[in-house]
Design a protein around this ligand. Sequence first.
Ligand SMILES: NC(=O)c1ccc[n+]([C@@H]2O[C@H](COP(=O)([O-])OP(=O)(O)OC[C@H]3O[C@@H](n4cnc5c(N)ncnc54)[C@H](OP(=O)(O)O)[C@@H]3O)[C@@H](O)[C@H]2O)c1
Length: 248
Amino acid sequence: MGEAALRILVTGASRGIGREIAQQLLDSGHNVAVTARSQDDLEDLVTGYSNSMVIVADSTQPKSAEEAVSKVVNQWNGLDVLIINAGDGSAAPIEKTTDEIWDKSIAINLTAPFHYLRAAVPTMKNGKFGRVVVIASTAGLEGEPNVSAYTAAKHGVIGLVRSSAAELAKHGITVNAVCPSYVDTPMTQRSLQAAALRTGKTFDEVKAALLSKIPGGRFLSVDEVAKAAISFIALPDQTGQTQIVKGD
Ligand SMILES: NC(=O)c1ccc[n+]([C@@H]2O[C@H](COP(=O)([O-])OP(=O)(O)OC[C@H]3O[C@@H](n4cnc5c(N)ncnc54)[C@H](OP(=O)(O)O)[C@@H]3O)[C@@H](O)[C@H]2O)c1
């Protein structure tokens, strides 16, 4: 990026998209705090980077976001960039979507982003600068069968992005969403394994069927999604955007 080092917090940085975003930001020389539940994976990610901080936390626990943001602000005297990436989902037809599936999906994909955003706004307002990027999904903008809880949560988080963008623009804070289709990550592997179990098909059959429905016929790489997310940091006039990333 070539500019001064920014103070950045990335959620869900232990693997997949979040890990790639954090890795690229560390490599660019920024101060990067990483959070997730898997301590070993986070420690492994930041090994060799003195400009880093590991915060082991479950994003769905009350106060988790507040405590993580406080740690960064106390150590680095502020927070410039918040990448809200931690998320998860499981598939089920509506009549088999239990309260547990529903609540878990809302907690990690909608309530946790709200808690992180709420915790970060005061320090960003103080600094008259902020960049918030939420890794949402194409499921935040359109509907597919058997993922109602995840889709509802991701639609909700897009609403959060749009409203907070309108509210915070006058403070120099932008809030944007990146909306990828399927990405080659552990989450997609888990979804394919679950679909294979549900349908009695093999993993490869389920994967081939999914790829045949995707424009471009391939999963996105974590690098493509990371680049889309990071690009918003340098765009002061872009806010409330829902940037779709597809492999075609
Ligand atoms: N993969 C896709 O096809 C795809 C497509 C569109 C959007 N997305 C979105 O992109 C984001 C990242 O997905 P991914 O594919 O990289 O998933 P992933 O490989 O499963 O990684 C998810 C990350 O979130 C963290 N996380 C999950 N639950 C957490 C919790 N309760 N507290 C703290 N951290 C938690 C995980 O860390 P720990 O388990 O260590 O806590 C991990 O670092 C998600 O928001 C997802 O919805 C994914």
